[in-house]
Structure formats: structure tokens, C-alpha cells
Design a protein around this ligand. Sequence first.
Ligand SMILES: Cc1cc2nc3c(=O)[nH]c(=O)nc-3n(C[C@H](O)[C@H](O)[C@H](O)COP(=O)(O)OP(=O)(O)OC[C@H]3O[C@@H](n4cnc5c(N)ncnc54)[C@H](O)[C@@H]3O)c2cc1C
Length: 385
Amino acid sequence: MMSNKTYDVIIIGAGSVGTPMAMSLAEKGISVLCLDSASSAGQGNNKCAIGGTRATHTEPAKVTLALRSLEVFRTWEEIHGESIGWYQGGYTYVAYDEDTISLFRRNVPLQRNAGLNINLVSPSEIEELVPGINTNGLLGGTWSPEDGSASPMLCCYAFYRRAAELGAEFGFNETVQRFNIDKEKVVSVITEKGTYSCGAVVNCAGSSAVEAGRMAEAELPVYPDCHEAGITEPVERLFDPMVVDIRKAPGSANYYFYQHETGQIVFCITPDPPVPGTSIEETSGFLPLVAPRMVNLYPRLANLKVRRVWRGVYPMTPDGSPILDRCGPSNHYIAVGMCGQGFMLAPGIGELMSRLLTDELNGKDREVLHELRLDRQFSSEEALK
Ligand SMILES: Cc1cc2nc3c(=O)[nH]c(=O)nc-3n(C[C@H](O)[C@H](O)[C@H](O)COP(=O)(O)OP(=O)(O)OC[C@H]3O[C@@H](n4cnc5c(N)ncnc54)[C@H](O)[C@@H]3O)c2cc1C
């Protein structure tokens, strides 16, 4: 990589968010450099994501971003002729207690209002969607048929390749260390390999967003916490949707699982209390926590062998929604705090941020940005985070 080159935009992080953002900017003819400490795109928390892509959220901004992202995932192969592992299996949230079903009854009209194709479904409809599910105490749930899953690694690679084809440059094995700031503007970005002048810089540093923010003297409310996931051996198709159970149990909050298009069951659980930090070493506590809950909900999983588990980090915010904004120096932007949803929101975020950077915002964009601004109250917590 040559030093002292000038770019319209420099992105810190070629992860779930930075890579499609580079693509969206390159599509607009903006010169862009995307820098990452890792040796290729998507090697941060992107590769830990299990690939769930849903617009089933309760915050309107997230529904909007996710609906656009789903469209990108759904149409990618048709437009670009390359598979990203898209599978439209839908999402079903299940309710086994009154509090949960009441929450769904309150959410669904709001979600439909935000443009989501979602319905409340009866226990027998859930049984049809997930044959073999434990119906003992099942009160019903929600069904959003247009949600699905895709491969985070195939997606990141596809976005990277398209961005590069359109002229975006990537610098791998290259860590952004500091900025030169002059007259309230970031004038250049410094790595161990060079200094790059820029018109604007975007922090897409994932779980390192706080450290990257400090280079611009911005304090960002992003708190990494650890999550584990696992994958079983492949079996014949049992069910289509991502199944989400948001009940709390000792040691855990929600958990969710789906059957990959190649037959494996992929699963994840949210530890409760959260496990703060960025350690990515797997623990012996994960499987005993998740397995009984999954087998109780779906007894057919009882004899499946787990092939692999892994651990990664959610870059959390206090309310469970991302932060998209400009802060600190006048040309310093942030797309941080993706929580457990960075992969599914990323194509929509990339396009929105590219419109923000090129001054092409529409009315809907402004609403989304207002909802996800840095100086919001962070008072509520998203119900389906
Ligand atoms: C177990 C697990 C399961 C998950 N499942 C899902 C799921 O099903 N669906 C979903 O949407 N999300 C899921 N997630 C969450 C998702 O992985 C994250 O929200 C998402 O990857 C965050 O995207 P990002 O671009 O902000 O960060 P990342 O993808 O981590 O990218 C940040 C990049 O910045 C680079 N970087 C940081 N600092 C610097 C620097 N100073 N200089 C250069 N490079 C730098 C890093 O190397 C990294 O590549 C899951 C996460 C985990 C841990």
C-alpha cells in the first residue's frame, strides 16, 4: 500500500458493516480505502455470526434497515450470479407464557406498521412450521416468512469483491493507529504502513469501536460482551425457520437455532448475566447451558452430535440498537454498536451511510438516523434485541 494517497472516505474495519459500506460508496464513484488489521475481509466478529437475517425487530429504524438488507441478500445471487448461502426459512418466535404472548400481541401491529410481513400464529400453525416442537404449554407465537439466513463469510467476500471491482481499495494486515486532526477535521489516517489523506473517515471497528473512537476524542457507549454458538452434524431437513425462544432461564436469556441449508443445526444462546469483555476462548459452560433448553423445546435434537462451538463478541449499546452518526471532528462518522445484529443490518447501513456521506439523504433516512443518533437517551431496551 502506498503512503500519502488521498481518498474521499477511509473506513476503519472491513467487517460485516465496513465491507458493504465500501461497496455502496464505490457504487457512487466515491474513492474509498477500507483498512483492517486482519488478513482479509470479515475476519472479526463477522465470521462468528450464525447468519440469521431478520427484519423482525421492534424499533422502526431497525425494521427499515433490515428490510433493505433482506432485499440485498434475497436478490444477490440473481443480480450477481454468485451464491451467498441465502435461505428464506422465515423466523418464528415462540411463546410458552402469558408475558411473552402478550408482548408479541403488542409488537405485531407496530411491526406490521413499520412494513414487516409478520403474523401472530396459533400453536398448531407453529407445529406445522416446526414439526416435532414441544407443544406442552405452547401458547402461539409470531411468523415472519421473509426472514432467513445467509453465510456471513460468503456475503462479506461477495461485498468485498464487488467493492474492489468498482475501485474500492482495501488494506489488510494494517491497523489504524491514530489520526492527524487539523481545524476540527481528520486530515489523515495513520497505520503502521502509511499515512493516508482523507475527506472523511468512518469508524466501523466493531468490538474495537471505543478505541477507534478515542482517536477522534469521541467516547462511544459500546460495551463488548461474549456470546457462544455451535453447529451439529448434518441431518435430513427437520424444519425451515429460525426458532427463537426469548424466555429467561437460570444463566441465560434468549436462545435461537435454525437448520442450515446443508442440514446442520446452528445455535446460539445469550448468557444472563452478560459476560463482558472480548475473550474469544470457548467455555465448558456453553453446551450444558444451551443443550437442555433446545432439547426441551425440540426433542428431536436429543441425539444430534455437536461438531464445533465458537465464541465471539457482540458490540453492545445500552439499548440494543446501533449508533449511526457523525461526531467529534466534522468529517468523522460512526457506524458502531451493532450488538447481535450487525450482519443482518449491514447492507442497509452501508447504503444509508453512503447517502449520509454524499449528502443524498431522503426523509426516511433522516428518521432512521434520528432514531439511531449518538445523543439519544438510551433509556429503553429493544424487546427483541
Ligand atoms: C456467536 C455470535 C452469533 C452471532 N449471530 C449473528 C446473526 O445471526 N446475525 C447477525 O446479524 N449478527 C450476529 N452476530 C453479531 C455480528 O457478528 C456483529 O454484530 C457484527 O459482526 C458486527 O459487525 P462490525 O462490522 O461492527 O464488526 P466486525 O465484523 O467485527 O468488523 C470490525 C472490523 O474492524 C477491524 N478493526 C478494528 N479496529 C481496527 C483498527 N484500529 N484498524 C484496522 N482495523 C480495525 C477488525 O479487525 C474487524 O475486522 C453474532 C455474533 C456472535 C458473537
